[in-house]
Each structure stands twice: as C-alpha cells, then as structure tokens.
Write a protein that binds this ligand. Sequence first.
Ligand SMILES: NC(=O)c1ccc[n+]([C@@H]2O[C@H](COP(=O)([O-])OP(=O)(O)OC[C@H]3O[C@@H](n4cnc5c(N)ncnc54)[C@H](OP(=O)(O)O)[C@@H]3O)[C@@H](O)[C@H]2O)c1
Length: 294
Amino acid sequence: MEHRQRPLTPLCAFPYALIMALPAPRENTTAIVTGASSGIGAEIARELARRGHGVTLVARRADRLKALAGDLAHDYGVRAEMIVNDLTDADARSSLPEQVARFGLTPDILVNNAGFSTMGPVYRSSRAQEIDMVRTNVEAVVDLCTMFVSGMVTRHRGAVLNTASTAAFQPLPGQAGYGASKAFVLSYGRALGAELRGKGVTVTTLCPGPVETGFAEAAGISDAEAMEALPSFMWLPAAEVARAGVEGLAAGRSVVIPGTANRAAAALAQMVPKSVILPLMAQRHPSLKAGSKR
Ligand SMILES: NC(=O)c1ccc[n+]([C@@H]2O[C@H](COP(=O)([O-])OP(=O)(O)OC[C@H]3O[C@@H](n4cnc5c(N)ncnc54)[C@H](OP(=O)(O)O)[C@@H]3O)[C@@H](O)[C@H]2O)c1
C-alpha cells in the first residue's frame, strides 16, 4: 500500500524523542486512539505506529479494528490491541481504564478522535441521534480526558490529541449540534492545555477541514453533495490530516488546522461578523436547500 512507511529505527528515534512533547515509546506504554476503525483515526493510529508507538484501538466495529491491529503489527513491528466500545454509553466507557490496565499498559498518549455528525435542521432532527452525537463528540472526550489525564500528570508524562473540526470556528447551520460540539472540543482542549502547562502533559486540538472518510456516509450525505458544498482545494486525504495532527502533537502545538485553505477559512470565519457569514452558510448547506428532506 502506498502510504506504508518504514518505522523509525531506535537509533534515529532517540534524538527525536529528546526534542518532542510526545513521550518516547516504551514497551509497556500505549497510545489509546478512539475512532480508529476508519478515516482519520485509523491514519492517526498508523502514524503513531510508524513512529514506534504501541496502539490501543477503540471503536465499535471489531472486524475493522482487528484488521488494522494486524496491519500495524505487521508493517511497523509495534504492539496493537483493540477494545470494542460504544463511546456513547457511559457504562461502557467506564470499563476503559481497567481494560487498558489488563493489557499491562500505561496510557502515555490519548487520542479522542471518534465522532460523527447529524445532518439537517434541528426542527426535523431525531432527538436520540442528536443526544448520541453530543455523548460521543463531547461527553466521551471529557470523560476520557478525566479518566486518563490525572495519571499522566502524576507520571509527568503524556500527550492528548482531540479531533475537533474547522466547524469549531463558527456556528454551522444545518449541523448546529455538530458545530457546537466541535467548538466545545476546541475550547475544552485549549483550557486543559493551559491547566497542564509545566506538568509534562500537552494537549493538541486537531481541526480538519473536509476530509474524504466514512464521515459523509455516516452523516447520510452523498460524496457528490459533500464535494459540492465545499471547494475541492479544501479537501485533504485522511493520511495528510493525521500526519499534521501527530506532528503538531509531537511539537506540543495547541491547535492544528491542516491545509493553507482551511487555515485561511478558519481565520476568516472568526473575523467576519456572524450576521454576515451565517445566512451565507445556511444558503449553501445541502441539508437546508429547498426540497431537502433532511
Ligand atoms: N471527515 C471530515 O470531513 C471531518 C472534518 C473535520 C473533523 N472530522 C472529525 O474527525 C473525526 C473522525 O472522523 P472521520 O472523518 O475519520 O469519519 P469516519 O471515517 O466516519 O470515522 C469515525 C470514527 O468514529 C468512530 N465512532 C463513531 N461513533 C462511535 C461510538 N459511538 N463509539 C465508538 N466509536 C465511534 C467510528 O467507529 P465505529 O463506527 O466502528 O464505532 C469511526 O472509527 C470525527 O471526530 C469527526 O467529527 C471529520
């Protein structure tokens, strides 16, 4: 496969580890990656494995996690295990620290990447889906950070990568709950990072623009509709987004927005008055166009 790269050898990893915010891999440490069964999460796991980190893959689809764990162990010679977990479920989430401990592992890296979007105006939405989205995109992020960060602080060693979105930089009519959930992730990550300064733990928030993954399908929109809503130069491959995220994590950066066009769009979204930008966004959103059934 074209995106397989050789793992870093211990010799070249050594000086690299000295300048990184990312803890150097050890035999009994792991990087927990949620949403690793597809898209950006699978590529973040791959990028961490390429750097020699053992990974603990979390999502609901066991077959995909198993296949990825096998690939990573084979391609990069790292340890990779899976935890099948529905992150919307608070009880299921509670079992995570014990499950990781049962593997004999200490989490040095936490990647909160699992997430999805509903699509369409709130007045036509499903109450259950809206709540599930908030539980997955917001509640699980808070819960996992709360579960794992205190141990990192005690060890003075850790790095957290949370996936938000460029949707975090302005409200998003047509995906109101999703945009707000990602604004939460961005705000929470920035505050958490400030709390942890000097404690050996860094927090990075990854804010991708549009990426070709299972995201549009999960949200119930066609690739053609998704492509029409946002110009092609804003779209990036998942592997490139993941690489930017892990590089930002390694450099201890607070916020990473992959791609020049997405950085410009995020800056513009924060400068232009909301009274100007929001009607335009509502006009362009596929789920809010006349005749849309969503
Ligand atoms: N694609 C984009 O354009 C884009 C842009 C900006 C931000 N993002 C964000 O990037 C992150 C990854 O999305 P993606 O684009 O890679 O989409 P994706 O291919 O659909 O991946 C979503 C991942 O989240 C997992 N997930 C969803 N609900 C879950 C649950 N209840 N419990 C456990 N895992 C769950 C899925 O695994 P299972 O289904 O196997 O559980 C899957 O691994 C999300 O937070 C998304 O909001 C995406």
